[in-house]
Design a protein around this ligand. Sequence first.
Ligand code: PLP
Length: 375
Amino acid sequence: MNEKIWLSSPHMGGNEQVYVKEAFDTNWIAPLGPHVDGFEKDLAAFTGTKQVAALSSGTSAIHLALILLDVKAGDEVLCQSFTFSASANPIVYQGATPIFIDSEKDTWNMCPVHLRTAITGRIKKGKKPKAIIPVHLYGMPGKMKEIIQVAKEFEIPVIEDAAEALGSTLDGQACGSFGDLGILSFNGNKIITTSGGGALISNNEAYISKARFLATQARDAAPHYQHSHIGYNYRMSNVCAAIGRGQLEVLLKRVEQRRANYSFYAEALKDIPGIIFLNEPAGYFSNRWLTSITVDPALTGGVTRETIRLALENENIESRPLWKPMHLQPVFEQAPFYGDGTSEKLFEQGLCLPSGSNLDTQSLERVTAIIKSLF
Ligand SMILES: Cc1ncc(COP(=O)(O)O)c(C=O)c1O
């Protein structure tokens, strides 16, 4: 059996163990400590935001963001449909209803036109949505300028899901820093990892200090344990933050390596009609977390994304269909949807190719040789 090629595996930089050892040597083995503080400062500097709370996951960051924006049972929250379920699940944790919005074709992310239609539609039905959750899928920035404009017009706060887009920018500004709140993920498959972890980022310092309070069981200032709010155990461990500090040192290199994967694939497959790559519009800079293609069987002579996926799987290579839109998920069957079929088509035709920053040229060549052999 050929050696396994993973879709996106962790890639340590070298200093992580030095920082983890430091955590052990100083006995900061807790969901607080100097590495947590340091990691938060480094992330704030990197994203150009005022405050960051390091948390146990990106999902917990979205959950806290919704709580900070007072999303409660019976409320409605607008969410990009074309995403991973973690963007939408916390809406339901709060007893609120997700309203799903389709993608546009330029970035595959939330369509500002459908967003506007959804807002006016919901207001007409008597309910103004409490928040908007756009996502930067696979590292490609969404149309944040247009989305923020609509959000401002209707005075609806934005929670920007930048779980896949650390290192991506739009007109030079970091993804995650456009919304009222932004979230990051450091899950094992992300561009940098803390094994598991996430962060909430914002220029609103009051939001972040409240998030830290809620994430540590909402303890009031008292010598005994006193609580006036429901709290959560959502803080990042100092050991995980130690890994994160080592990873942040190599983040720019990781962006370069992932972008090089994209360029390699785009060049190697450029002559195959029907295999289409998503270019960056002017001003958009993607970390190319996952190189994603669409495969149009009408142009490929019948080869589909599934033909390619199975051929790769046969050779011990992991690839994955693009996210199945939330409005097509059985669990969200009842949720309203505003769109035109764009994300459905992307799901039907799209495939993520192996994209780890630790892939060597030989592995990339193995992938492209198999794809080329199908034509
Ligand atoms: C778009 C998106 N949102 C949210 C998350 C949730 O992050 P986490 O796995 O850290 O909870 C992920 C990744 O897992 C993601 O890809």
